[in-house]
Each structure stands twice: as structure tokens, then as C-alpha cells.
Design a protein around this ligand. Sequence first.
Ligand code: SAM
Length: 323
Amino acid sequence: MIADSLDLLPSSARRDVILQLRADHAARLAQDKKGFQRFRAPYETVRSLPQARCSDLDGDTVRIGERQELADTTFQQLTAAMRAFMPWRKGPFNLFGLEIDAEWRSFRKWNRLLPELPDLAGKVVADIGCNNGYYMFRMAPYRPRCVVGFEPMLQHYYCFQALNHLAGQPHLFIEPFGVEQLIHYPRCFDVVFLMGIIYHRISPVTMLREVREAMQPGGTLLVESQAIPGDEPVALFPAERYAKVPGTYFVPTASCLVNWLKRVGFDEVECFCSHPMSSEEQRQTEWMTFESYADFIDPADPGRTVEGYPAPLRVFVKAINPG
Ligand SMILES: C[S@@+](CC[C@H](N)C(=O)[O-])C[C@H]1O[C@@H](n2cnc3c(N)ncnc32)[C@H](O)[C@@H]1O
């Protein structure tokens, strides 16, 4: 069993800094006992459960284990632990027969990526803002050397750890770090997934430069983003919220995003998919009981957010780091 992603990364990774960051993070958590325990406790419960005998990571639903592998009391323990990770944003998952219908039907995004997916076999991959790791599990059948998820939110960090305890995928790892920590991984990654992140960054171009510096020459970047419609290379900067979400800064058109990538030095920049968002894809479920897409959009005009801005498209862009 491989224990640490650092053993699989190129030697350019700043191993000492990364180890120190992990230690600092653990020390901060130890001080924040209440918040820490909220998601650590269900993870500890799951850690006492057996690993699944078989998983199916090739379908729209990530399937880990089968119902007959668990006694009824253990299944109840699993169910309670998984409910403690609510709200579930990404999925769906089926864990030993427990159906977890997340807010996002994430397989739709994955299926849009598939035609442009680079060969992941033997590659060092980063998934920035990996959430509970849904996409990392979908990458696993392509036999990457390793996938490192970057996820600073404890809810998602421990949820992934719990899921991967059950799935036992030895090449999937998560760090409790944000995209800000990529600077400690110079020339490390062959493939980077940057999905649902760029419009949350106050300085998207600086972030893209840092992403590029973390990539191997010839490496592939896959960006997925909210976008506004239009052909002009412009970005919307909302006064406060965009589709009710605070912390949204620049929402670009597809051509604006392409220009950002070209200006930081990426080659072969290509927008390969653009589609409107819908409440078919992002909606309230039993596992995510808060507001969702339908509540973010003007009920009188589906082309507008509740703030009166253009309703979001989602765009996909592929780019190569020339080195
Ligand atoms: C909109 S979700 C996108 C999740 C997933 N990548 C996808 O495309 O479905 C944004 C994710 O980024 C995580 N996140 C928050 N701050 C971050 C940061 N500074 N760096 C990287 N990820 C961050 C959030 O916790 C969340 O899981």
C-alpha cells in the first residue's frame, strides 16, 4: 500500500514545505476542537468499517461495495456517518447499497470532459477544489500514477477520506490545501483539473500563472467555469453576489477565459464545450436540502439570475503548458 503522494510526485515538489504545511494544518485543527470533530467523527466511524470487496468507478454513479457485504447494524452506522457529511454537493454515490443523490449530477460534467480527456495512464494529476473526490474516483480506472486532490474545506476533505477508506484506491490522495499552495509543487503535474474554481478567485490570472508553474512542460490543463454569454472578451464583476453566491468575482465569457489562458503562456487553448446550466443538473435532493439552481434564477426570466445578471453558462477549455 502506497502511503503518501509525496513518494509519487517528481522531486521538484517542495517536500519539506508540504510536510510543514500538513503539520501546521493538523496543529490548527487540534485547537479548533468543535469544528474539527464535526467531520472528523464520522470519518473515524467509517475508518472502523471494512473496505469494500469490489467497486465500480466506471459508471455515472460511483459504486463502492455491495449491500450483502455489511451487516444491518454496520449499514446503519455507515448511513449515519454519511448523513453527517451533508450537504452532499457532488455525486451520485452508491455505498454498499446506500444511494447518495447529491445536489449535482456530476457525471454530466464528467461526460462532457471525456472526449477531451488526455491519457491519464501513469500521469501525475491534480484536481483543484476536488470536493468529495467524485471526479478523482472517476479518474482512477484510467490508471494515473497518482491523483492529488486539493480541498481546504474540512467537510469535503474528511468525506473523501471516508469514501476512499471504503474504496481503497491507493493512488488517490487529498491535501487540506487550497490552490494557493500549488506554488510548492513546481513542475509537478502532467494533468490539472481546475473545475468550478476560477470565478471564485479574486485574481484569476495570477492563479492561472501559478497553475502553469505547477505543471510539467507539455502538461494539459482542463478548466471548467461558469461563464456569461457573448462573443466579446469581457468578464462580469458582480456588485455582491452572482446567482446568490458570495465570493464570486470575475465571470468571463468563453473568449475572455481563452484570452486569460493565452496571456499566461498556455498554448493550444481551445473552448470545447459550452452549455446553459439547468435545474436538471443542479437541484435540491434528500442529501442537499438547501436552496439550489432553481432558487438562484429569476422565476420570471430563466435567462437572468435573481440579481438580474445573465444566467450562467458552463464552459470547458483545454490548454497545453509549452514549458
Ligand atoms: C464550486 S466547487 C467545485 C467542485 C468541483 N471541482 C467541481 O467542478 O464540481 C468549489 C470547490 O473548491 C473548494 N475550495 C474552496 N476554497 C478553495 C481554494 N482556496 N482552493 C481550492 N479549492 C477551494 C470548495 O470547498 C469546493 O469543493
